[in-house]
Design a protein. Structure first.
Length: 230
């Protein structure tokens, strides 16, 4: 999966986690619990992947949150381990209205580091967030539409996620179910941009050469995930 897509989808997950945490904090004595930790791991089986993801998240009653994620932890030496960390503030300003902002840092192994600032908002069933890549001066936008809450469907969650970056638009349709014991399972159908390559041969001075030409394509992908939150 493209690294930027992964990072922005994490932001969506974080925003929903903060909303849930704030709701839970309302029923807790302020003297006994002002913050909580959450640890989770996911197994992803997709069209071209078999990998583990994991995260550790800290949330406070005041709205401050911090987390760290690891993605693509598998046995394939050709794949890169991606690390994402963020810190920010997110608060419910009134019923079903959430505002948030923060700083995020992502890294593929030790070769590339991306610094971003982000700001987002949730209005009822719609979540939008924009983030700015400080180094490359790029701006991207994500959106999440919670279909389940609109149609009042409670058996499992249905949502559509969109990512706009540069001139590219990627779309994700997610079906998921979270259980009270911490287990979750889901299916994702997506249309994403991906990088590929083509090879062309040419002759020069009687010799034949092969040249690799990088290409950008769009394709459809399927993936299933199984997770557990401690």
């Amino acid at each position: 999966m493209n690294i930027k897509i992964f990072f922005t989808l994490i932001i969506i997950l974080v925003s929903h986690s903060i909303i849930d945490a704030q709701s839970a904090f309302k029923n807790v004595d302020s003297k006994t619990k002002n913050f909580e930790f959450e640890l989770g791991t996911f197994l992803n089986i997709g069209s071209e992947q078999f990998e583990f993801d994991g995260y550790l998240e800290m949330k406070t009653r005041s709205g401050i949150f911090s987390d760290i994620w690891f993605d693509q932890v598998d046995l394939n030496q050709d794949s890169d381990v991606q690390r994402y960390a963020s810190i920010g503030f997110m608060k419910e300003v009134k019923n079903n209205h959430i505002l948030g902002f923060g700083y995020a840092n992502s890294m593929i192994n030790l070769d590339e580091s991306i610094h971003e600032i982000f700001i987002g908002m949730t209005l009822y069933s719609v979540t939008g967030m924009g983030y700015f890549d400080v180094q490359n001066k790029n701006f991207s936008v994500i959106g999440n539409f919670d279909i389940s809450s609109i149609i009042n469907f409670k058996k499992f969650d249905i949502s559509i996620d969109g990512l706009l970056y540069g001139r590219n638009i990627d779309m994700f349709c997610r079906l998921s179910k979270a259980y009270n014991n911490g287990f979750s399972i889901g299916y994702i159908f997506s249309r994403e941009r991906f990088e590929s390559s083509d090879y062309k041969s040419f002759e020069k001075n009687g010799n034949t050469y092969i040249k690799e030409i990088p290409l950008e394509k769009n394709g459809f992908f399927n993936s299933i995930f199984i997770g557990y939150v401690f």
